[in-house]
Design a protein around this ligand. Structure first.
Ligand code: SF4
Length: 191
């Protein structure tokens, strides 16, 4: 869940460096994270970028997690999915992608995470309209695939792999892509 916040607007390698630093300080323990002095926390997560914003977000999340669920993932993920998602979205700095990443990857809940790679691949393959919203893309995938967390996890991982390897924002490498046989456009995508 810490990783879901730290990965906002940065790549996972930077997040891993920040998580390593947190782990070495024992700051992945929620109760410790919740009371860690701001300046120290900001210093530890600096490699993840936007560290001042992310310090506030981590602090808000960890305090809520301790207060509301006693820092117990079992208790947290026993909450019905829709209700828990609404709670997460009400926290400082947690949007749909971050909330859904926590629910799917930490909680094993059957909810699909939409990111820039997903949007790019599905748009170029005309499976979603241009400028579709997060909610529209998520609904399309979840209406199409069975509601199973491992399936959503795998599907998202495959979209990310294709996005990183071939489906670049500009000049997608369709000739080298496993999806080249499916109908698509090569036009540039802003996300
Ligand atoms: S075939 Fe082209 S447009 Fe489709 S996912 Fe691959 S790189 Fe992107």
């Amino acid at each position: 869940m810490v990783g879901a916040i730290l990965t906002q607007a940065t790549n996972w390698q930077n997040v891993e460096r920040a998580i390593d630093r947190l782990r070495r300080e024992g700051a992945l323990r929620p109760r410790r994270l919740a009371v860690m002095p701001t300046a120290r926390l900001a210093r530890l997560i600096r490699p993840a970028g936007y560290f001042r914003q992310k310090t506030k977000r981590l602090r808000a999340f960890s305090r809520w997690y301790v207060r509301r669920y006693g820092a117990s993932p079992r208790r947290m993920f026993r909450t019905p999915l829709g209700a828990l998602r609404s709670e997460l979205l009400g926290l400082h700095g947690i949007g749909p992608e971050t909330a859904d990443s926590m629910l799917l990857y930490a909680g094993g809940q059957p909810i699909f995470v939409v990111d820039a790679y997903t949007t790019r691949v599905l748009t170029r393959h005309r499976l979603i309209p241009p400028r579709a919203t997060y909610a529209e893309i998520q609904a399309m995938v979840m209406d199409t695939l069975p509601a199973r967390a491992p399936l959503y996890n795998e599907f998202h991982a495959l979209l990310v792999a294709v996005g990183k390897r071939c489906c670049h924002r500009r000049n997608p490498d369709c000739a080298d892509c496993p999806l080249d046989d499916l109908p698509h456009t090569r036009r540039d995508i802003a996300t």
